[in-house]
Design a binder for this molecule. Structure first.
Ligand code: 9WO
Length: 250
């Protein structure tokens, strides 16, 4: 799949694309990332990409024209450009969740538009953006970090990207684990700062370990995200043993 990223700060992406378990997915083109700078499509000696807001107020607004010219170049470079999703990251967008990431990970990619300054001329958004995505109810100084978050979430779901093939089967929110939160993890030493690793994990009994992990997932989810317990229960995903574990802590 191919992601074209429109950003005034393409250099922010370079260390990100060259680090961690996802590096090979980007390097091999399994997840192809092409960076585009709207400044390269701006007119005049000053290559302006921003201007003052109509109606007054603080800050600057990204101009529609350099963004549209940049988007057109990215779409042309992709070849068949009809139907390519154009995503904008903004707190006004629809919340990104696990199911959304799975859908993007199975798709043909998208153009990711990263805003800066106070925002983007609304006419560009209305005419060209097909999907507005939010990572949560907070404000950043640009859309680049949300774009990297989406790329990372998509890349790690590609076949063979995680060293341990089973490792995303354990993800929080994976429907295979009934949409529960993940359990706690421990590694050596067995005792650290006077605190021991929970005994079941040291028992060597696979069934006992799995039951402990399941109970932890249930109890943590009940405490932090009772809505996810309700969803699992209403989908018939909780066994008698699960209900017993929940009854113990609640
Ligand atoms: C910011 C904003 C804040 C309140 C209401 C509407 C808003 N729109 C935008 C917007 O499009 N901002 C651009 C991208 C330009 C300024 C920095 N941007 C941004 C994106 N800040 N925060 C985000 C963001 C994106 C996804 N999830 C959380 C925050």
């Amino acid at each position: 799949m191919r992601f074209d990223v429109i950003t005034l700060f393409p250099e922010l992406f370079k260390p990100f694309l060259e680090s961690g378990v996802t590096r090979r997915a980007y390097a091999s083109g399994q997840v192809e990332v092409v960076l585009w700078n709207p400044r390269d499509f701006a007119e005049g000696n000053y290559r302006r990409v921003d201007d003052r807001p109509f109606g007054g107020g603080p800050g600057m607004v990204m101009m529609a024209e350099p963004l549209a010219a940049c988007l057109d170049a990215a779409l042309a470079a992709r070849g068949r450009s009809a139907g390519v999703p154009v995503m904008l990251f903004s707190p006004v967008g629809e919340a990104l969740r696990h199911e959304g990431v799975v859908a993007w990970a199975a798709g043909e990619g998208a153009v990711l538009v990263c805003g800066r300054y106070e925002g983007i001329d609304q006419r560009f958004i209305d005419q060209r953006v097909t999907h507005q995505i939010s990572l949560g109810d907070f404000v950043l100084s640009g859309g680049e970090i949300p774009a990297m978050a989406l790329l990372d979430a998509v890349a790690r779901l590609q076949p063979g990207v995680l060293g341990d093939q089973g490792s995303h089967a354990q993800d929080s929110f994976n429907p295979a684990l009934d949409g529960l939160l993940d359990c706690p993890h421990y590694t050596r030493p067995e005792v650290w700062q006077g605190e021991a690793v929970p005994a079941p994990l040291l028992s060597g009994h696979h069934a006992q370990i799995e039951r402990w992990r399941r109970d932890q997932r249930l109890q943590i989810t009940a405490e932090r995200r009772p809505d996810l317990i309700d969803a699992a229960r209403s989908h018939g995903r909780l066994s008698r043993a699960d209900e017993t574990a929940l009854a113990k802590k609640l």
